[in-house]
Ligand binder design. Sequence first.
Ligand code: ADP
Ligand code: MG
Length: 475
Amino acid sequence: MNEYEAVIGLELHIQLATESKLFSSSGTIFGQEPNTQINEIDLGYPGVLPVLNKRAVEYAALFGMAIGSRINPRAVFMRKNYFYPDLPKGYQISQLAEAVIDGGEIYLEEFDRRVRINRGQLEEDAGKSVHDAFSDRTGIDLNRAGVPLIELVSEPDMRSAKEAVAFMRKIHHLVRYLGISDGNMQEGSFRCDANVSIRPTGSTEFNNRVELKNINSFRFVEQAINLEIERQIEVVENGGTVEQETRLFDPDRQETRTMRTKEEANDYRYFPDPDLLPLDLSQEFLSGIENLLPELPQNRRARYADYGFDADLLNFLVQDLATGDYFDAVLGKTNDAKLSANWLHSELYKLLDENTKTFSDNPIAADKVADLLAEIKANTISGNAGKKVLQELFTAPDADVAQLIDKLGLRQLNDDAQIRDWVAEIVAANPQQVAAYRAGQGKMLGFFVGQVLKKSGGKANPKIVNEMLREVLDA
Ligand code: ADP
Ligand code: MG
């Protein structure tokens, strides 16, 4: 294996989260009844004209800027001609060399690898053939036809399956972070074609490559590439040459199989779509998008580096824009990074998740959480009571935190004199336990704490109770 190195380039299909299709007003919701999200344009009726979805162009430009690409203001839409039942027009509208996203780079820290981006084309998806095993018939569902995609093409800069997966994960995270795609791989919103070749380690030549089509999970991408590398090494070791071809990965049989060879390769007869003018993106439009570009995950990570968070917490805070922004807002008020991050991670996130929500549709304003954390810091309520307040806020997000604490009777008693009286009372009432404690049964302290808390109706600050009990019992 060490005699060979792999050369890998990826083509990622990223479905953009627009409400309507790339060139028509049909909806894009996944999982609807077949052929209910279609109109004359998606069906390729004669005489209809495509109308470009502005939001899709904005998303593509935003993504391109995030990966340091040039945005081509004169990108050209091309017709890629082929026949397939799920493509009623007989061509797909796509882009080629003059794509909207031009160049760029992704840096993979863990491998110290720079992966150059060749281009990102804005294009429409095709429909889907659905085979019904029961009737042994195949139907066509065109709901997906015309849904906007970015096809992102990398240069062949990766050298292992693990690097390819890291690249894919990074893009996946970024598109979700930016909110331009839901990245749902089961639903096909994020798919990968992997191009793989091998060469002697140290060589700079590029050999025939195999394209592995439509892989829809990180695990499968890694498996498919590794299987293909092994297969190619075996071919070469046996004195053969690797054919340039398209292969399919079969996860059940753990093998790749020929789909079509170079001889059968399609000639798509690309030409500029006469129904669509080239893009004409003004400087104003592009600056507008640039202003929308949020702080990127890697910069956010760097900014949080001083807080001493562990990897889990960091990953959580940069998981998407909403989480990071929310954290910043809470932190701005509490000035306590650890406390804020921990509460968002272990309490609020859990609560949102239980209610199938995320930070994007979180009903509780950051101010309220900051108010709550201030009460906890001031010891007016315990951490446990804080959780109850948070739950309450979830259903009554407009409530005043201080009033809510009073209403729920959660305000913690910090009154030293009052607690001291209770402590004296409990100690006096339990001479046997006192004797046991003083004879070395340190565990007995818990009993006393429990008694005093009970006496206070659960309101005494346990920390103060503990301290005072020790003081009296150890005297
Ligand atoms: P084509 O125009 O034939 O589709 P491209 O240059 O666009 O070829 O490459 C398609 C994909 O194949 C890109 O992701 C690229 O990085 C990758 N690729 C190109 N040459 C090789 C190679 N020798 N080995 C592996 N991947 C390659
Ligand atoms: Mg190509």
